[in-house]
Design a protein around this ligand. Structure first.
Ligand code: ADP
Length: 279
């Protein structure tokens, strides 16, 4: 669009030059559109559990007011919808925090092996419910990463959580942590963390869009499994903040592997403290 226009005149007042300044507003418009879409999507995602809760309350106050069995059933459904809203609000807050901090480099030296173990332990009970086995394979003396420990925990947690959600029952989830000489596209050494499941896989047409906010391959399935559609968007923003990369590979019918690559620091994880006798 034309941003400014000016006319240069000679001493006699005759126009000699026209100056037009153009500014490309495509990116500004795109950012505005993306913000508007996000607000619309968030409102829609929050409105649907809220509408369900309102409907249940109206039924409980009206036709089902004397029905004990219906009361328990509706209260249980309301609880599920309220939990869904709570998960969504938590994820929206995480995403907003990550976006605010995205340009501030993180500073803490993080032991990724310990962090991976912790995330796997936290999610092991959920995997057990689906009779899945979780294998953690961390290369010894894995280099550390300079990062934000809470955010990196959230990255590994979200990827393993998806592997549990979308993996088939009685299958295996593997978490592999490796030291790598060069991060893809750089000369810098790094660490890779791969989370592989044996789920149904993801059709390749969806792969480039998976990290968009609220993008789901199968909306109904994601909702049934308690998804918010924000997990991978949060992962992408945190990985960007750490100057890392996320890759997604998937084979239909076989499973998916989500790998994060993070720049490493020379310092290794601290050795576990050894007790020295004092008596
Ligand atoms: P959700 O809360 O819906 O799981 P995510 O942002 O974590 O949202 O993931 C976006 C979508 O990517 C999911 O809805 C699902 O369709 C797909 N997806 C993510 N991880 C996996 C996986 N391990 N296997 C198959 N599909 C996956």
């Amino acid at each position: 669009c034309v941003f400014a226009a000016g006319l240069a005149k000679s001493a006699s007042g005759q126009p000699t030059q026209i100056v037009l300044v153009f500014r490309d507003e495509t990116n500004v418009k795109r950012a505005e559109q993306s913000r508007a879409d996000f607000v619309a999507n968030s409102s829609h995602e929050l409105r649907s559990p809220l509408s369900a809760i309102i409907g249940f309350i109206e039924t409980l106050l009206g036709p089902a007011s004397e029905d004990d069995e219906a009361r328990i059933r509706f209260l249980t459904l309301m609880q599920g919808e309220a939990y869904r809203m709570a998960r969504l609000v938590d994820d929206l807050m995480s995403l907003s925090r990550v976006e605010i901090n995205e340009h501030i480099p993180p500073r803490v030296v993080v032991d990724m092996a310990a962090l991976v173990d912790e995330a796997a332990c936290t999610l092991a009970p959920r995997a057990e419910k689906k009779q899945m086995t979780m294998e953690v394979d961390c290369q010894p003396a894995l280099p550390c990463v300079v990062g934000d420990p809470d955010q990196l925990t959230q990255v590994v947690h979200n990827l393993v959580d998806n592997a549990v959600k979308y993996g088939r029952p009685q299958t295996r989830i593997r978490i592999l942590a490796r030291s790598i000489d060069r991060l893809p596209g750089t000369n810098q050494p790094g660490v890779s963390i791969a989370v592989a499941d044996e789920g149904e896989g993801i059709p390749s047409i969806h792969l480039p869009r998976l990290t968009e906010r609220f993008y789901r391959v199968d909306e109904g399935r994601s909702r049934r499994l308690g998804g918010t559609g924000l997990g991978l968007a949060i992962v992408k923003h945190i990985v960007n903040r750490h100057r890392g990369r996320l890759t997604i590979e998937s084979v239909l019918g076989r499973g998916s592997t989500f790998t994060i690559f993070l720049p490493a620091v020379k310092q290794q994880a601290p050795e576990p403290a050894t007790e020295t006798g004092t008596d």
